[in-house]
Design a protein around this ligand. Structure first.
Ligand SMILES: Cc1cc2nc3c(=O)[nH]c(=O)nc-3n(C[C@H](O)[C@H](O)[C@H](O)COP(=O)(O)O)c2cc1C
Length: 308
């Protein structure tokens, strides 16, 4: 009998090679250190810490999390220590972690994104940037950057010129045609797109007749959004020629495999980290097991193998 070879799980995104396709999603894994007692961070494909803005942000009033059937609503409000706070207090921990660090950035003007890209480009130890473009554009009446393909193109193009780091653009599902936004990002020079961010949503307490979240609206994530996320990843992967990173309700390896089958080169684990902090590791093991059972040598044989 021939010995079973361990399948090759590595994937390329822009100019980086991930040892496996499993990334932990921004905002659901703290700044990495919070999870160190549950898993070996070196084993992850990449880590994306909480989104970073130029200046520190206090976030929204509580309650900020509300559990729904099949998901959670969050209105954290992008609380973060800002660029300088991150560099001083959070980045040093990653010095000895042997996986890629991707920084999720956001702003309210094109200039803020550009300034963050310029500054992070000079910081050693960072492999790439993930641009969260779901934020309101204050120069355009507060309409989110992600909702107009021309704005997406201009924003990504401006940032692309300022960084050599792998550039990932994270798309919002709160649009009519997510594929056109992905195309805008690709034409602007993105190395990859990641999707989806959360759905704008709300919940009401019928006793108080008030919203369950301090901010009224929040973002819906978790298993409830998975079928829609999967459909969007499929549509986007049919539209662009750059790698697609899929997420939205991945709780186990089988969910991740669905995303890979419809064209995702890598996946992100979000809400599941809050329920089982070892989910990402279990997903890596599950993908490996599936490849062995399917007699596949490399993850690439699975990417886009969806038959329809
Ligand atoms: C508590 C919480 C905080 C989040 N914070 C961010 C963030 O700072 N930046 C960002 O781009 N996405 C953020 N997200 C969105 C996730 O990264 C992910 O796109 C989304 O939750 C869908 O994946 P999931 O269903 O696996 O959670 C956050 C999600 C949650 C649940």
């Amino acid at each position: 009998m021939k010995p079973i070879r361990t399948p090759e799980l590595s994937v390329r995104i822009g100019n980086i090679k991930l040892k496996n396709p499993v990334i932990v999603a921004s905002g659901t894994f703290g700044f990495g250190e919070e999870y160190k007692d549950f898993l070996n961070l070196d084993d992850l494909g990449a880590i994306i810490p909480k989104g970073i803005s130029l200046k520190p942000m206090p976030g929204n009033p509580p309650p900020r999390i509300f559990e729904t059937e099949g998901g959670i609503l969050n209105s954290i409000g992008l609380q973060n220590p800002g660029f300088e706070g991150f560099i001083k207090d959070k980045l040093p921990y990653f010095k000895n972690i042997k996986t890629h660090l991707l920084i999720n950035i956001f702003g309210n003007t094109q200039k803020e994104y550009m300034e963050l890209a310029r500054r992070f480009n000079e910081v050693p130890g960072i492999s790439g940037l993930e641009m969260n473009i779901s934020c309101p554009n204050v120069e355009r009446g507060g309409i989110a950057f992600c909702s107009d393909p021309k704005i997406v193109y201009q924003l990504v193009r401006a940032v692309r010129k300022l960084t050599k780091l792998t550039l990932i653009v994270k798309l919002s599902p709160n649009v009519t045609d997510i594929s056109s936004m992905a195309k805008g990002a690709e034409e602007g020079g993105a190395d990859a797109v990641s999707l989806i961010n959360t759905f704008k949503a709300m919940a009401i307490n019928i006793r108080s007749k008030k919203p369950e979240l301090g901010n009224t609206f929040g973002g819906l994530s978790g298993p409830a959004i998975k079928p829609i996320a999967l459909r969007m990843v499929w549509e986007v992967s049919q539209t662009v020629n750059i790698p697609v990173i899929g997420m939205g309700g991945i709780m186990k390896a089988e969910d991740a495999i669905e995303f890979i089958l419809v064209g995702a080169s890598a996946v992100q684990i979000g809400t599941a980290n809050l329920i089982n902090p070892r989910t990402a590791i279990e997903v890596i093991q599950g993908i490996r097991h599936y490849l062995i059972q399917s007699k596949m040598q490399r993850i690439q044989e699975l990417i886009g193998a969806f038959r329809y």
